[in-house]
Write a protein that binds this ligand. Sequence first.
Ligand SMILES: [Zn+2]
Length: 119
Amino acid sequence: MLKIKAALYNNGDVEQYFKGLLASDTRPVPDYESYCLSCREMRTMISINRDEEFTIQHSDHEPKDSIKVIVESVPKHKCSTCGKVSTNVKLSAAIEEALDVQVKIHSGIKTIPFCSLVS
Ligand SMILES: [Zn+2]
């Protein structure tokens, strides 16, 4: 099925087909039910966006070479009852990986919109 879809839309180029799918995926981040560590109850976690600071290391051996980058409008979730904002560890790791590439391409970068990391 994948090869057929790639042949239909991207002349058989599977990588380009996937890039097209990713670019066209504009679904909102869903709310979900989860255990809130603060409330100690199952709660609805509501999708929100907020700016978040990430520290990127230039070198594995030189912590002083780290730089701080603000990522604007990062998708997060907050408890519908107490408002505690939770961190998606997998998302944060993926953002750090993407920022590592961006920092190497655009030296001196201080802020970057989240949407530019996923487009
Ligand atoms: Zn809560």
